[in-house]
Design a protein. Structure first.
Length: 286
């Protein structure tokens, strides 16, 4: 997408610390608040209105990062719709983008995946999210920023995805990793989808295992060890899924930080699989 103007200093990975973000606030940067809460569609914007990072604009998972057609609860928007959304936020090849939420990147990673799938490499997640910003002593605001003028963003068809048939017909050597909680994987609870359980053969890899107690990502070596212990040594034969293609992006991000590459995203995820006539597994075994 080009590098017409100066970006944020490149990081060893796709994360940025509160101090680094604070120091870069006067540069060509778009900060996006991605807070969202399962089952509470209005809670994200309410939290944003109450307080947010200076200059941050609010991006709605339901309205901005999901389309109206496609498999599952949160299908990807069309490239044209995504282009218009990013241009509304002033995103262009000239601007770096920093994303945050208050769940360790669980939601922000969806937009990170979307932007990087479109080739916008200068996209980072605030490590530790809003809590880390507050802990660092930096101010919040209720001021609503004016977007920095219309951006220039031209999205192409999504590339790093796989559909239900592709998952069902995957080779035996292809691993499916499930980012949902262990309780949802086992089938003990299901707060939103009609059927509980998991895709047969899928490995339980809750996104919380990528984070430390302060909701920061584990060091790259620790993340690498986590995936290696699960039998995953690279992304060539890995599919990432969750409930609806949102938190699955957190495991994709974790694998990239770990130097293991970028697996495919099953966007429809459990919300798509569980509405089909395909087999469903329950219990702790894949």
């Amino acid at each position: 997408m080009g590098t017409e103007r100066q970006y944020l200093p490149r990081m060893p990975g796709p994360l940025i610390s509160p101090a680094e973000l604070h120091a870069a606030m006067d540069s060509d940067i778009t900060v996006i608040d991605c807070r969202w809460y399962l089952g509470e569609p209005d809670a994200g914007i309410a939290a944003y209105d109450a307080a947010h990072l200076p200059g941050a604009m609010y991006c709605s998972l339901e309205a901005d990062l999901a389309g109206h057609e496609g498999a599952g609860r949160h299908p990807l928007p069309s490239p044209d719709a995504f282009s218009k959304t990013m241009e509304r936020f002033g995103v262009s090849p000239r601007r770096s983008v920093v994303l945050y939420d208050d769940r360790g990147g669980a939601v922000a990673s969806r937009l990170w995946w979307m932007l990087t799938d479109q080739g916008h490499e200068h996209t980072s997640i605030l490590d530790g999210g809003m809590q880390a910003w507050i802990e660092a002593g930096f101010a919040l605001t209720t001021d609503i920023p004016i977007p920095p003028g219309a951006g220039r963003f031209r999205a192409r068809p999504w590339s790093g995805v796989i559909d239900r048939d592709g998952v069902a017909l995957r080779a035996p050597s292809t691993a499916v990793i499930d980012a949902r909680s262990a309780e949802r994987y086992v089938g003990d609870e299901e707060p939103v989808d009609a059927v509980a359980g998991h895709i047969p053969g899928a490995l339980s890899m809750p996104l919380t295992g990528n984070l430390d107690g302060s909701l920061r990502f584990l060091p790259a070596q620790a993340l690498r060890a986590r995936f290696l212990e699960a039998g995953i040594s690279d992304s060539a034969s890995v599919i990432s899924q969750c409930g609806s293609g949102v938190t699955a992006c957190h495991n994709i991000l974790a694998m990239e930080i770990a130097g293991l590459g970028r697996p495919l995203l099953y966007v429809g995820s459990w919300s798509d699989w569980s509405t089909s006539d395909l087999p469903i597994a329950a219990g702790s075994a894949p």
